[in-house]
Each structure stands twice: as structure tokens, then as C-alpha cells.
Design a binder for this molecule. Sequence first.
Ligand code: PGA
Length: 252
Amino acid sequence: MPTTERSKLVCNPLVDSLWIGSNLKMALGRGETLRLVQHVAGLDDGAQRALVVSMPFLGESVAAAQGSGLRIGVQGCSTHDRGAYTGEVAAQDVASMGADFVMVGHAERVALGESLESFAHQVQRAREAHLKVLVCVGEEAQGDHDSDDLITQVRLIAGGQFRHGDVLAYEPYWAIGEAGREAPVDYIDARMTRVRSALGEDVTLVYGGSVNEGNCAQIASLDGASGVFVGRAAWSPAKWSGIEARVRGESQ
Ligand code: PGA
């Protein structure tokens, strides 16, 4: 990790090392998921790491990550506590399986019709279940909103409150996935800096959206960034390690 970044993080008790995470979406099956979990769980303690797994693999992923620093999360939960809600999954049940956090606000959930209000309820349910949250915010098109809209989203979804272990991911919707376009680094920088200054140094603020081996080191070293949230470019042990080596400055 570059010295400037290390000293920045050492000053911050809630963000004690570089954060690297990946959302596995519905892209990986059981074998591929568990291979990646086992690989990441076996890495040294030079980074904070998180994997957001598909719900059916939660129990086995938690078991495979046991005893390591790897945190396992899920891709959403019900807005309800418990009851007759067919197909929904309660936060308290996710917690009882050993999950560490619930991700809310992802652009792909917005595309499937979920609202900021629904995300806010999911955050509430997650917190009642003593789970951490990974909150995603972003704008629909490049230059569509100014950075203050990101802060409004954060306030609506999470009440602007982040606790130790929570993560905020800035992920422009237009930069995510196969159809996404890589955001210019100065564009990311301007927005991360604004969000960071509004929310303070204690928030673990990461960037996601077409992060890859070519851009990850530069993005992770931005002043406002605590790390990177990677999708498809980290979906195998070799790919994860390639990203991590670059972010940690161990490979060009
Ligand atoms: P991507 O996904 O890196 O494949 O664009 C990022 C995300 O959805 O969090």
C-alpha cells in the first residue's frame, strides 16, 4: 500500500486497512463460490476483505470463512421482520446463519424495482438483527446528478449513520456490469471527495463499477477511497489475487 494511504488509514480508527470486496451477484455457482471464499479466507491479514454471496451459499461460505478476517454478506433482505411473506428472507435468519452484513441499494436491485424506501427498511431490519450494512449509492447517468444527490441517497437509505464495520459504496449505475462504462478517475475522485467531506473520515467509503486490473490501483489510492468494490473482475481466485496485488502495490 502506498505510504500516503497507509498513514491516512492509520489515523482513522474505523478504517484500519485497505478494504477489498466483491459482489458475486447470481453469477457464480456453488463450487465457484466456495473456491473463491476459501481462497480469499486463506490470504494474509494485509487487507479487510468481504464477499457478498448468493443466498443459498451463505451457510457454507460462512463455514469456509470461519476463523479468517473475511466477512460474508448477502445481497439484500426482507423489509419485514417475520411473517407470511413468501420468497422473502428475514434479516434475523441471515444473522442466525452467521452473515456479517446485508448489502442494500445496489443498482441491479433498483433496476428490478426496489426503492430507496425499501432499502431504508432493509437497513433497519439488518440493524435490528445486529448485522452490518454495505450501502450502495450512485447516479443513473454520467453527470446526471451532482454529488449532493449521493449524500441525499445515503441519508434516505441509512439515515446518514454508519457504524463500525458498515461500508458505503459509491457505484455509478452507468458504470456497473458488462454494459457499463468505466468512469473517468477524476469524475470518481470529485464525487468520492465530496461524499467523504460530507460524511467524515470514519466512514469506510469504497468505489465500485467496472473496477479492473487496469484501474484498481489508481482508484484505491484516491484520497477519499478506503478501497474498491469489484464485480466480474474478481470472480476467481486468480482474478481476486491479481486485483489485490495491484491495489496493494505488489504488482503493476
Ligand atoms: P462490476 O460490478 O465490477 O462487474 O461492474 C460492480 C458491482 O456491481 O458492484
